[in-house]
Design a protein around this ligand. Structure first.
Ligand SMILES: Nc1nc2c(ncn2[C@@H]2O[C@H](COP(=O)(O)OP(=O)(O)O)[C@@H](O)[C@H]2O)c(=O)[nH]1
Ligand SMILES: [Mg+2]
Length: 246
């Protein structure tokens, strides 16, 4: 099996086999559980990848595109209404090897100030203390750039990024930019990404889809492909609530 390691020049993960493997893996995503608060989330023993971003950044669309499922993360017509952390399991049935966490979008104007503040606390608490969190994908509409809340989020996770938390800024809706604008925003964002990865992404044009799937696969499988018998021993999800949470 020729699975590629990231290309150091471009930071991209190329290989046809890898792409099929990664896209097939993303496609296994299924609903696992939902929780309004951190202490209601189950402890998980596998890498967890959180998707965060302001309302309307394209988060639901990106999750649906990456998992090749129309309704997995409901592309809500009422952004900001579903204030829950939704978890999706990845991997073959019975051998979950990663979890996607879909966090509610922030910054939605029509939500009351107290709801916003409550939600920001839940989110920051999650990002700073969730044990299984191994990667954060921040979705950003490049026409708006990184907002104050995006910056606050980056600041909050900085110590964990320095301690090894993986981090990707996804510049969404790239089909709305010209090639020149894409190149410009990509280089500017890379300068501000503090060592994290940055990718252009378009659900419409399918730009970046394979590459992001491969990146997430590699993050969740740092050892590469396990030998066939080891797959059956992949870690499972426990069902008790997370302990020691406020
Ligand atoms: N042109 C274009 N529009 C997109 C893309 N991704 C999302 N959108 C649109 O942006 C709006 C917000 O998307 P949604 O996924 O619901 O954002 P969320 O609030 O972050 O979950 C919707 O009208 C989507 O159709 C994309 O790649 N290209
Ligand atoms: Mg959404």
């Amino acid at each position: 099996m020729t699975h590629a390691s990231p290309d150091t020049a471009t930071g991209k993960t190329h290989s046809l086999i890898d792409s099929k493997l990664a896209m097939g893996w993303m496609h296994t995503a299924r609903f696992f559980t939902t929780a309004a608060q951190l202490n209601q989330l189950p402890r998980v023993e596998v890498p967890e990848i959180a998707f965060v971003g302001r309302s309307n950044a394209g988060k639901s669309t990106a999750i649906n595109t990456l998992t090749q499922q129309k309704q997995l993360a409901f592309a809500s017509k009422k952004p900001g209404r579903t204030q829950h952390i939704n978890l999706f399991a990845l991997g073959k049935q019975g051998v979950t090897d990663a979890v996607l966490a879909d966090l509610p979008g922030y910054g939605y104007a029509a939500v009351s100030r107290s709801d916003k503040e409550r939600w920001q606390r839940v989110m920051l608490n999650y990002l700073m203390s969730r044990e299984s969190l191994s990667a954060v994908v921040l979705l950003c509409d490049p026409r708006l750039g990184l907002t104050e809340l995006d910056e606050a989020l980056l600041e909050a996770i900085r110590p964990r990024v320095e301690a090894g938390l993986k981090f990707l800024i996804l510049l969404t809706k790239s089909d709305k930019l010209t090639r020149a604008e894409q190149a410009k925003i990509l280089s500017i964002t890379k300068l501000n990404a503090g060592g994290g990865e940055v990718r252009l992404f378009s659900a419409l044009k399918k730009q970046g889809v394979d590459d992001v799937a491969q990146l997430l696969w590699h993050w969740c499988h740092p050892e590469g492909l396990p030998a066939a018998p080891a797959v059956a021993q992949a870690t499972t999800i426990a069902t008790e609530p997370e302990q020691n949470q406020p």
